[in-house]
Design a protein around this ligand. Structure first.
Ligand code: PLP
Length: 435
């Protein structure tokens, strides 16, 4: 019996949005990702409405496309940056360094120096060696210390074991930061990406409160900021509460721990802003059975773990899959196109796909806007990186900018094609000037 039989696309996209994406995807060679930027726009507004007191630092790693960064820049977002490469991208778009935080706790000292020289003054840390590097390469900067959190079991993509330190060490690091001439500024945590248990924020905030109070009382250090990271939900097969419920609960936790006078609060959403704006369109390459009597069919698609679907590792993220074929469904194993046996997306969790599904049919992987293009390999088995297209909401018309990744995996600036399509017939494109 299938765990997932059929899905309702309307649970994931409103009718117009899906129609627009679908129309855009007609006739294009698979596999590719289509992002509807209007959805990101709306989700950003929902995020800031839900957390009106927080400063948003978009986690660039979720989707670093210029179309996404530009839109978020114009909406006033700040940026959580993981590497010098992301920094260069964001600065090239005219984002000022006061809107940037270097959120990776693992960094080379020459990169810290480069960030400092570009004007970035806020850094995460979770270890003494890193802190000493920052003190040398970025003197006088604001430091926030990342703490370990629980909640690994309830996050679909846990992060906490690799990053963060215990509470006692966090306090030691803040004291050392002060002694090294840095500004001990705040505490951060990430409760794990796609965290389904809202209580994970409660436990983390309780730890932060202890750190704030003890540093104030025992060491005269007044911390000012809490960075609550990401972890907010996208819409996949496994259900979550809606963002509003997360925000109401989390706000209540902050109030319980810190009273009405909130410290500065930062959030770093990635997945929750971007995932539901994207649809990955793939094609069935092969359908087979492993024996004459085998009950389970294997469905091989032209997209796989190495071309954007890394988060199917251990079947962690269960993307909703839509096909236009209807009728009786049967359990399938879903695998990618490469000659690597790790390239199986779902085998234990049984997806049900219609028996009349055929080679050449399209599969639409819903909620795939985040952590797909950025994870896609450069040339595994010779396959190029995942192509991505961005539907830009224009004033006069629906503007579609094609941003194909050029051969060799490098996005070619200036080579984009801009097109306008009128909304009633998105397939009929008029050529416009390059944006
Ligand atoms: C430091 C940091 N902040 C924010 C995020 C974004 O998290 P999410 O995609 O769950 O919103 C990540 C994800 O890895 C992260 O490492």
């Amino acid at each position: 019996m299938s765990d997932q039989t059929s899905i309702n696309v309307s649970d994931y996209y409103d009718t117009d949005t899906f129609k627009r994406i679908k129309a855009f995807s007609e006739g294009r060679e698979t596999p590719f990702l289509v992002i509807d930027t209007a959805t990101i726009n709306r989700q950003y507004d929902e995020m800031t409405d839900a957390f009106p007191y927080a400063n948003v630092y978009y986690a660039v790693k979720a989707n670093p496309a210029p179309e996404v960064l530009t839109m978020l820049r114009d909406k006033g977002s700040n940026f959580d940056i993981a590497s010098i490469y992301e920094l260069e991208k964001v600065l090239a778009l005219g984002v000022t360094p006061d809107r940037i935080s270097f959120g990776n706790t693992i960094k080379k000292s020459r990169d810290v120096r480069a960030f400092f020289e570009k004007g970035v003054r806020m850094y995460a840390t979770d270890s003494e060696a890193d802190l000493r590097n920052i003190a040398k390469a970025a003197p006088g900067s604001k430091i926030y210390v990342r703490i370990l959190t629980e909640g690994t079991l309830t996050a679909d993509w846990p992060l906490s074991r690799k990053f963060g330190c215990q509470t006692d060490m966090a306090m030691d690091l803040m004291i050392l930061a002060r002694d090294l001439g840095l500004v001990p500024y705040g505490v951060s945590f990430h409760v794990g990406s796609q965290q389904r248990d809202i209580g994970a924020w409660d436990a983390a905030l309780a730890k932060v409160k202890v750190i704030f109070e003890r540093l104030r009382k025992e060491d005269g250090i007044e911390l000012k900021m809490i960075n609550m990271g990401g972890g907010f939900p996208a819409n996949y097969l496994t259900r979550t509460n809606d963002l509003k419920t997360y925000a109401e609960e989390i706000t209540r936790y902050i109030r319980e721990d810190f009273g009405e006078d909130f410290p500065e609060i930062i959030i770093e959403p990635g997945r929750s802003l971007i995932s539901n704006a994207g649809v990955l369109v793939s094609e069935v390459v092969l359908i087979s059975r492993k024996s004459r009597t085998a009950l389970v069919r294997w469905v091989f698609t032209d997209v796989g773990k190495f071309s954007g679907l890394v988060e199917t590792m251990d079947e962690a993220i269960k993307f909703p899959i839509h096909t236009e074929k209807k009728g009786e469904v049967e359990d399938v194993v879903i695998a990618g196109p490469s000659c690597d046996s790790a390239d199986i997306m779902y085998e234990n969790y049984k997806y049900g796909l219609p028996l009349n599904l055929a080679i050449g049919d399209r599969l639409y992987w819903l909620s795939t806007g985040a952590y797909t293009t950025s994870y896609s390999s450069v040339e595994f088995n010779g396959f190029p990186p995942l192509k991505d297209y961005y539907i830009l909401a224009g004033d006069a018309c629906e503007s579609v900018r094609e941003c194909k990744t050029a051969a060799g995996g490098v996005r070619a600036p200036g080579k984009n094609v801009s097109r306008c399509s009128n909304q009633s017939s998105a397939a009929a494109h008029l050529q416009c000037d390059d944006a």
